[in-house]
Design a protein around this ligand. Sequence first.
Ligand code: A5A
Length: 473
Amino acid sequence: MSLPSKENFSEWYHEVIQTAEIMDVRYPVKGLYVWFPFGFKIRQFVYSKLREIMDREHDEVYFPALIPETELGKEGEHIKGFEDEVYWITHGGLTPLDVKLALRPTSETAMYPMFKLWVRNHADLPLKVYQIVNTFRYETKHTRPLIRLREITSFKEAHTVHKNFEEAEEHVKKAIGFYKEFYDFLAIPYMVIRRPEWDKFPGAAYTIAFDTVMPDGRTLQIGTVHHLADNFAKTFEIKYEAPNGEHYYAHQTCYGISERCIAALISIHGDDQGLVLPFEVAPIQIVVIPILYKGKEEAVMDACKKLVDKLASFRVILDDGEERPGAKYYKWELKGVPIRFEIGPRDAEKGVAVASFRDEKKKFEVSIDEINDDLIWQWAQIMRERLFTSAANRILEKIKIVKSPDELKEWVGKGVAIFHLCNNEDCGLSLEEHGGSLLGWFEEVPEWINLDVEGECIVCGSKGKVAALARTY
Ligand code: A5A
């Protein structure tokens, strides 16, 4: 069975998730999905990179999944933002609970009462922790596997505590750097955008988001970094004693990434044949396919085995099954195997293999003697750069610089509109009337978008900065 064309992105996505065995969407609860073994392996490789980045500066922790109503409700803005989305546990068996327990929608209110106990003195700061856990949100917008879940299974949330606003702000910049490194590794182009006031994280001073552009022109928020100032510290009494003996409220940050990173990975690099995965995160990195002809089997199999032995440090498969080569190509293309080698009788004689990369259909010959780890890693690096460039080029087709609200109105629905906008709320809100959401203002305009930073607000003509508006997932 072949996949729908990626032109019909929504159908393509739904099919590829199921047939490439990422998620089984047949679980009988809305918004909850099952990871297949193959999908879970992708998750493992993607998240081990995220862990590696986090482990450099954070300690990993684990906080409980249940939060008492009394804690969840303490920070006014926070609970206002989440009250529609919380799942409640009201009973233990048949006994009603004295205090209702929330299934964590995120863990500020699980962690911060404990941070109050952990932070006493300036020497306890900065405190930097993270956890990778499941969280629950009763989402009312259309649910989709990996994109909008009611059980987010792979929620990486980091929480930090600092002496003052400035130090927390320095850390916000660092967190943005961590996320850039992560998405560069996945070859996913992103925009780093400061959300407007009305769209910041409930309880935050400000929110900076990573947005990418999906093949249908809608954006996907693939991570957020929040400066919490001392809002939660005041609520949860997180104070420290300074060297001068005075007590001060701490300032905090938090930042999160979910399995949306895998949704982006699949959607942005995939094609009509299926997954296209960067080498490092592919569960199978290399496949070797013998092209067998009667009487010449042994020489071909020997050459294949020799090659597979040389590639022992990678996740490599020798596919010597009964299927025809075409069926094998099809199967491994669907799974996104980055490098394929074929060896037929004449190749075996010459001591070469025919190589091809998943993202390029070109085949080329390479001498088996010349294949080694360095060469493969070189290819992996080149492939990542190629994936990034072609993703950025496709995304650019979905981005338009607009010079007026009318032009914006024309374009919304097709993709992302980029323009200059002042910081007057009315100007931003007036644009949302044309459909789509104001994503906010670029923290820095990425090189691949190539646009002047200064300009006049397309609504009122006063001084503006580069902003974006799009329909979002
Ligand atoms: N505590 C902070 C970090 C927090 O919860 N931030 S957040 O609400 O913005 O979520 C972090 C990231 O999780 C979002 O940027 C988004 O990429 C992802 N996310 C949020 N809701 C989701 C959902 N229902 N399904 C999948 N991913 C989701």
